[in-house]
Design a protein around this ligand. Structure first.
Ligand SMILES: Nc1ncnc2c1ncn2[C@@H]1O[C@H](COP(=O)(O)OP(=O)(O)O)[C@@H](O)[C@H]1O
Ligand SMILES: [Mg+2]
Length: 337
């Protein structure tokens, strides 16, 4: 890779760990009757082998569009208008739908948002797991299939008998685990989990996250965990990416993000976390979430930003290094070293 092509975001060179996925200046637009909107806007980041990268941002910030694009499931009116998705150096953004099919599941897999509702109600779990393998031309004997499915189910904390059941016979948490079993059925190097815990109660949320973590440790896969629950992220991820209006506005090791957020939006997200020591009242971020069709000029966050100053309403800040192994997109970084 030409390092000149990736000037803005720290790379694995900082940590010495291997990078599996490099997203470079990825831009995805939806065609609408009022013109194109960029739901993912010049997003760049690296995903390192074996790490859990969290992606947060309020509803509509482009998280699902990014997740779907990375696994080649973006559908019209959405399309990639620029950038690269390099999986072990191979640019997936250039693949045909047919070519993508051979990469998806085997190398990069998605637990889709609302995964528990994406299971087919009339097909037993066993067949749904095998369908994915068959798509890749993998034919197992019944005995091999039994063994493989039992081991997958065990890995996600389910009994082998679950294979015979239908989705409606499972609880939400169990369905979520089945979706995870499908995602890991071919041992992909990258697993993207889009809001895997949103519809679950806190106890089941914890179980699903623990399962995700176990699976990641066992397989050595890298995980992108998409969500909007900063508390859950703080307990789960190694690094945090923050999205706002389609842009990645900050990326940093989770600890650093918590201790010293560099983007005012990240700071507000963290201040909204209920603190263990002080009984702070939980509050949202003031102001309205941005409308992609009507984005403010300059930094999209500036109308809600408590620290906005002169350039913010006119110039869009580029994401740039903001300390060791971190980057942020904020004009304040230019005035406060
Ligand atoms: N099929 C579509 N057509 C037009 N706009 C879309 C479509 N899907 C998503 N969008 C727009 O893209 C933006 C990002 O949506 P999404 O990726 O679902 O965000 P998130 O997952 O962060 O909530 C939203 O403003 C949404 O309205
Ligand atoms: Mg979403």
């Amino acid at each position: 890779m030409n390092s000149l092509a990736q000037p803005t975001v720290p790379t694995a060179a900082h940590s010495g760990s291997e990078v599996v996925l490099q997203v470079r200046e990825l831009t995805v637009q939806y065609a609408t009757s009022r013109g194109p909107v960029s739901a993912v806007n010049h997003v760049s980041f690296d995903l390192r082998k074996g790490e859990i990268l969290g992606l947060v941002g309020e509803s509509g910030s482009g998280k699902t569009t990014l997740a779907m694009t990375l696994v080649g499931l973006l559908r019209p009116p959405g399309r990639i208008v620029g950038g690269e998705i390099l999986l072990n150096g191979r640019n997936l953004a250039k693949l045909s739908p047919h070519e993508y099919k051979s990469v998806r599941l085997s190398q990069i897999a998605l637990m889709p948002q609302g995964a528990m509702n994406s299971l087919n109600p009339v097909i037993p779990i066993r067949e749904q797991i095998l369908d994915g393998l068959r798509d890749h031309g993998i034919q197992l004997t019944p005995a091999e299939a039994d063994r493989h499915i039992a081991s997958l189910l065990e890995r996600v904390g389910l009994r082998a008998e679950v294979a015979k059941l239908h989705a409606h016979e499972l609880s939400g948490g169990m369905k979520q685990r089945v979706a995870l079993a499908i995602a890991i059925s071919m041992q992909p190097q990258v697993i993207i989990a889009d809001e895997p815990t949103s519809a679950l109660d806190v106890v089941v949320q914890k179980l699903v996250i623990e399962t995700l973590r176990d699976v990641q440790e066992e397989l050595g896969a890298a995980i992108i965990l998409v969500g909007h629950d900063m508390g859950l992220m703080a307990q789960t991820v190694d690094r945090l990416g923050v999205m706002y209006a389609g842009r990645l506005v900050e990326i940093a090791p989770m600890r650093d993000a918590l201790i010293s957020p560099q983007h005012p939006y990240t700071r507000l997200l963290i201040e909204a976390l209920p603190s263990v020591t002080e009984k702070k009242k939980l509050r949202g971020i003031p102001g309205l979430a941005p409308q992609l069709l009507n984005l403010p000029k300059g930094c999209a966050f500036h109308p809600r930003c408590p620290l906005a100053f002169e350039p913010c309403s006119t110039i869009t800040p580029e994401i740039r290094p903001a300390g060791p192994d971190r980057a942020a997109a904020c004009h304040l970084l230019e005035v406060t070293p």
